[in-house]
Design a protein around this ligand. Structure first.
Ligand code: MTE
Ligand code: MO
Length: 362
């Protein structure tokens, strides 16, 4: 096993490693197409990637919300009708380091910049299909998938295996038990042989390496809905806000952080914006730290919850440091704010990001 617990190679030009996690460098998406190739996709592991053999793997469905509890093998899932969908998976902590860099606030957790997000084409069985085959009852309220990765022990506390309940209504709506990513089998780091893909919800809900699913007629909790992935701090209810569900609107430039650009010649700046709430309807870009804004040209598919690509032309004439900004709006009328209210664990940073670049004569 590697020191990161991640199976795939992590070339430094594509990834920034944070402990057991690896963040995509946004410049890796320059000219990369709509989907993030599996070898560039960010990895968020609480512990380490388990190597699970598909041939002996079984998915057990159990709990008080089922009339016909049963199991499925890998071949059983492949034999069921499949769906394919482009979905962004994004960590709730994406952008966390910007609370400090931009808002001078203290937060704890993996110091992601903006690379804890990726869009892939997922293929698998609707979760509703297997829930129906297991006789899900009208009384079922919560559905909790659990991973086969090692138990998560932190600060001397054993939290058990990664698991997180979602409401039965969401589980029956658009959740996928995915076994393919971008047309190939799910790679080990992304949940081989089978993971959940929970569209529009924070990445944590998309449990990897699923081994069992509990369907319950009584509400379920896990440390991931009681202790983590909730808003704590003065701006939030005493004892914390409700468990996080969906993410916000965000934008990123496909440029290195601190990119160097040649003065006095035209550049085309590319970027992507995404929202859990609806399709992106417009993106404005500022090349002068927010003094003036211009509309970016949108292209590529506009899919929710995946992303929309855009570009703007820029012919920088003054040398020195510059701050680039992008601000997206979605079809619900939401717009990225200039600040994100603080929360102690640094979740859901959705403010306009100040992307530093330097213009020089080469
Ligand atoms: N599932 C298991 N079993 N173990 C994990 O550590 N991490 C979650 C989720 N599913 C995790 C998991 C979190 S916090 C995120 S953001 C996504 O997986 C990341 O998916 P990826 O590693 O494929 O990018
Ligand atoms: Mo996450």
């Amino acid at each position: 096993e590697t020191s990161t617990g991640i199976a795939k190679p992590l070339p430094p030009e594509l990834f920034t490693v944070h402990g057991t996690c690896a963040e995509m460098r946004w410049e890796a998406m320059r000219g990369a197409g709509y989907h993030v190739p599996a070898d560039r996709f960010f990895v968020r592991n609480h512990t380490s990637t388990p190597l699970v053999d598909a041939a002996s793997w079984r998915l057990e469905l159990h709990g008080s919300g089922l009339g016909n509890p049963r199991g499925f093998g890998y071949e059983d899932l492949l034999a069921l009708p499949a769906v394919t969908r482009d979905v962004a998976i994004e960590c709730a902590g994406n952008g966390r380091s910007l609370f400090t860099a931009q808002q001078h606030q203290e937060v704890s957790g993996t110091p992601w910049r903006l690379g804890a997000v990726g869009v892939a084409r997922w293929r698998g069985v609707p979760l509703s299909t297997v829930l129906d085959l297991a006789g899900i009852l009208p009384s079922a309220v919560d559905v909790m998938a659990r991973g086969l990765d090692p138990r998560y022990v932190a600060g001397g506390v054993d939290h058990g295996r990664v698991r997180r309940p979602i409401p039965a209504a969401k589980a029956l709506d658009d959740v996928i038990l995915a076994y393919e990513m971008n047309g190939g089998p799910l790679p080990p780091d992304h949940g081989h042989p089978v993971r959940l893909v929970v569209p529009s919800w924070i990445g944590l809900a998309s449990v990897k390496w699923v081994g069992d699913i509990e369907v319950s007629a009584a509400p379920l909790t896990s440390p991931w809905t009681t202790e983590f992935y909730r808003m704590f701090g003065v701006a939030h209810p005493p004892g914390g806000g409700p468990p996080l569900t969906t993410g916000g609107i965000r934008s990123a430039f496909e440029l290195p952080w601190g990119a160097r650009l040649a003065a006095g010649r035209p550049h085309v700046l590319h970027g992507r914006s995404w929202s859990a709430g609806g399709r992106i309807t417009g993106v404005e870009v500022s090349l002068d730290a927010g003094a003036t804004w211009r509309r970016a040209e949108l292209h590529g598919p506009r899919v929710c919850p995946a992303w929309t690509r855009w570009h703007v032309a820029w012919n920088p004439r003054t040398t020195g440091p510059h701050t680039l900004m992008a601000r997206a709006a979605d079809e619900t009328g939401g717009v990225q704010p200039m600040r994100t209210p603080h929360n102690e664990l640094g979740y859901l940073f959705d403010a306009v990001v100040r992307h530093p670049v330097t213009v020089t004569y080469f």
